[in-house]
Every structure is written in C-alpha cells, then in structure tokens.
Ligand binder design. Structure first.
Ligand code: HEC
Length: 201
C-alpha cells in the first residue's frame, strides 16, 4: 500500500529525474533566483573581529582617552554597571580585586583577572553594551578600555589607548594562570585499530 508520504517522495523523485533530463544552465538559474548577493570583503570584515589577546594582533586602528571613555561609559554603561563601574543593578564591580586571588575573598574584575589588556577591548567591542552589542565605534571601545584600565589603577588619567599602547599595558594577573599539565591533556586519540574501551562492549 502506498502511503501519501511515499507517493509524495515519488513525485519529488520524478521531479528530480525530469530536472536531470533537461539540464538548466547555471546562467539561467542566476536570472531565476533573484535573491542573495555575493559576500563582499566589507561583509567579511564585520565578522572578522578576533584579536590575539597576548599581543593585540588584529586590533583595529583607532584611539580613545580615559576622559572620552568616561563620557561614553556614563551614557551607555553606567545604567547596568553603576557609576565609575563600581557595580550596578545588573553586574558587580569591574574595579579592584587586584591581588585578591591569593585571599579567601576573590574579587573578579577585568583588572584582577584578565592576563592581557586586549581582552578588555575585544570583550567590550564584541559583547557590550549588552542591550546593543557591536554598536560601539572602535574609538569608543578604545576609550572605554582606557577608562576601565584607569579605574583599576593600571594606566594614568591622561592615557590614550591605541593598537600600540593597549597591548603594552602590563596586567597584574599576567602570570596568574597555570598550564594544565594533567596527564590526560597529553593523550593522543587512537584513530585506527583501537583497542576496545574497557568496560564497554
Ligand atoms: C543592559 C545591561 C548592560 C549594559 C548597558 C552594559 N553591560 Fe557590560 N555586562 C552586563 C552583564 C550582564 C555582564 C556579564 C555578562 C556575562 O558574564 O556573561 C557584563 C559584563 C561586562 C564586562 C566583563 C566584566 C568581567 O568581569 O569580565 C565588561 C568589561 C563590560 N560588561 C563592559 C561594559 C561596557 C564598557 C558597557 C558600555 C558600553 C557595558 N558593559 C554596558 C550588562 C551590561
């Protein structure tokens, strides 16, 4: 007995065969399919925003001062993060905590946690403000980085962050991360004639 489903498959297969019988030129297809467009370099650039955090490779051109950062922060960030990033209704402080990892009261902030300063730029540009991610200009993201680094005591009040100066900021927790050297991280995956995993059939 043919179910409605199998007869539908029959129609589809017949259609495909009919299509094969009379090949359509791709130039004609282009005319028929009037949607989509080629991806431009500009489109790609909008997505290709990763930054190598250790040395800032990939940071875009631009610059921003601490003072400019304060102005942007007050307008676009303080509602969630509080004045001077000291903590607001949505997120705790983004200032201080440096050295707290060695105590029993760890305070995670960009100043206390991030090993490299370009992480701050990358995070802000990519994800903030949370209600409108990727809406900031590069200059704004540099300025906000400068302001938050200044609030954490890591750059002076007249600092200007650029693709050159930002990676040069030495973060206090640079050497605070350890390489995971547990033995299983060195395991090599077997791809051929592998012994059965014990305990499983
Ligand atoms: C609508 C609320 C909101 C706004 C506005 C906002 N943020 Fe955030 N922000 C958050 C939340 C929530 C998190 C935590 C996200 C998470 O942990 O996944 C966060 C996290 C961050 C972090 C990471 C903190 C850390 O400890 O690693 C930074 C840096 C940051 N925001 C900067 C900014 C800046 C700069 C602006 C303004 C351009 C901004 N945020 C605007 C809600 C907001």
């Amino acid at each position: 007995m043919r179910s409605p489903k199998s007869s539908l498959i029959g129609v589809v297969v017949a259609g495909v065969i009919a299509g094969c019988a009379a090949p359509v030129k791709t130039s004609d297809l282009d005319k028929q399919a009037a949607f989509g467009r080629p991806t431009s370099e500009q489109d790609l650039a909008a997505w290709n925003i990763d930054v190598r955090t250790t040395d800032g490779l990939g940071l875009p051109s631009g610059s921003g001062s601490v003072a400019a950062g304060k102005a942007v922060f007050d307008g676009k960030c303080a509602a969630c993060h509080g004045a001077a990033a000291a903590g607001g209704p949505v997120f705790g402080t983004m200032v201080g905590g440096i050295g707290s990892f060695k105590t029993d009261r760890r305070v995670l902030t960009p100043g206390s946690m991030y090993p490299y300063a370009p992480i701050l730029f990358d995070y802000i540009r990519r994800a903030m403000p949370m209600n409108a991610p990727q809406s900031l200009s590069n200059d704004e993201a540099y300025a906000l980085s400068a302001y938050l680094l200044h609030l954490n005591g890591l750059v002076p009040a007249d600092a200007v962050m650029t693709p050159q100066t930002l990676p040069a900021v030495r973060m206090p927790n640079r050497d605070g991360f350890i390489i995971d050297d547990r033995p299983d991280t060195k395991a090599t995956r077997c791809m051929n004639n592998c012994a059965p995993i014990s305990g499983k059939s």
